[in-house]
Design a protein around this ligand. Structure first.
Ligand SMILES: Nc1nc2c(ncn2[C@@H]2O[C@H](COP(=O)(O)OP(=O)(O)OP(=O)(O)O)[C@@H](O)[C@H]2O)c(=O)[nH]1
Ligand SMILES: [Mg+2]
Length: 296
């Protein structure tokens, strides 16, 4: 019996830090979206593609939606969330289950258009162990809107992801694939390189460095078995430079070598990575300069 091929987009939305990007990477089996314990790690819409025998799913990772901080960067990030929601065929609303339902989750829920099918994803079920009471949480959220499914998962451990994928496929319209069968993302290697570096800065530098650090790729050369990359990390103030470098440049070395290791895995080639640090205050202050640094 021939089965209908289904294809479409599934938005992954939620407040910051609930595990959206960890989930995306797990679903497609490649690390295309960066993750960290800090809120607001993701800054762009990132597509991760999963092609199966009877379906192709394009998952759309989004920045964590939040209204606590204001500023040009946050406005751009929140706008990205709204745009993705208006484009997607279906939506996964990701919640940090041990943390429970919060006002911030409710704000995200309210952004989802009424006519969209939504799966409630209860993440981090590994974190609370036996004590985790999911039913009261589900009851509460179900009073606010109807869900196509409710799926408890652990993105980190990869628990219940098959069931989640099945629920997503059911919500997709019949149609031909949108991406090549072997595609994993719509993002260029150049973009992925800048993100890998930003992840290491987020992970290896503490809260001394404001989260408005960004990365610019100055040169990206693609050779048959080698990528030659030169990048600059932009920080806001002179005082941030030594924080990034660390004693004897140790921290900077680690940032570079960990990013390189990730990229070699992702690209399947050798990577030569040269990283510079530059002070450039105010790059995130206006929408105009944000656009110049790749924020749509
Ligand atoms: N225990 C546990 N931790 C998780 C799980 N999924 C993600 N995390 C952790 O939660 C933190 C945030 O993960 P991210 O995937 O970056 O979260 P995000 O929702 O994409 O965050 P933003 O992009 O900042 O909105 C990281 O420290 C992850 O390791 C999970 O299933 N269990
Ligand atoms: Mg993220």
């Amino acid at each position: 019996m021939s089965q209908l091929f289904r294809s479409g987009t599934v938005a992954i939305v939620g407040r910051p830090n609930v595990g959206k990007s960890t989930l995306l990477n797990r679903l497609i089996g490649s690390k295309v979206s960066i993750t960290s314990a800090k809120a607001q790690t993701t800054r762009h819409r990132i597509v991760g593609v999963l092609t199966q025998e009877h379906a192709q799913l394009a998952f759309l990772d989004t920045p964590g939606f939040q209204t606590r901080h204001v500023g040009a960067l946050n406005q751009v990030l929140n706008r990205t969330v709204r745009q993705v929601l208006s484009d997607a065929d279906a939506v996964m609303l990701v919640v940090d289950a041990p943390a429970g339902w919060t006002l911030a989750d409710e704000r995200v829920l309210k952004l989802i258009p009424d006519d969209r099918q939504v799966i409630l994803v209860l993440n981090k079920t590994d974190a609370a162990g036996e004590r985790l009471a999911l039913l009261p949480l589900v009851d509460r959220v179900r009073q606010l809107r109807e869900f196509a499914a409710v799926v408890p998962i652990s993105a980190q451990r990869g628990t219940q992801l098959e069931a989640l994928i099945e629920e997503c496929v059911r919500l997709l319209p019949p149609g031909p694939p949108l991406y090549e069968p072997d595609a994993i993302t719509d993002r260029s290697e150049r973009f992925l390189a800048s993100e890998a570096l930003r992840e290491k800065v987020f992970r290896l530098v503490g809260d001394e460095l404001p989260y408005t650090t960004t990365v610019v790729i100055d040169q990206f050369e693609e050779l048959p078995h080698l990528r030659r990359i030169r990048a600059t990390i932009l920080v806001e103030r002179d005082a941030h430079r030594p924080i990034l470098l660390g004693g004897g440049g140790e921290r900077m070395k680690r940032i570079g070598s960990e990013a390189r290791a990730d990229l070699e895995r992702l690209f399947g080639s050798k990577v030569h990575l040269e990283v510079w640090v530059k002070v450039k205050g105010g790059w995130a202050d206006t929408e105009q300069s944000l656009r110049a640094y790749g924020y749509e």
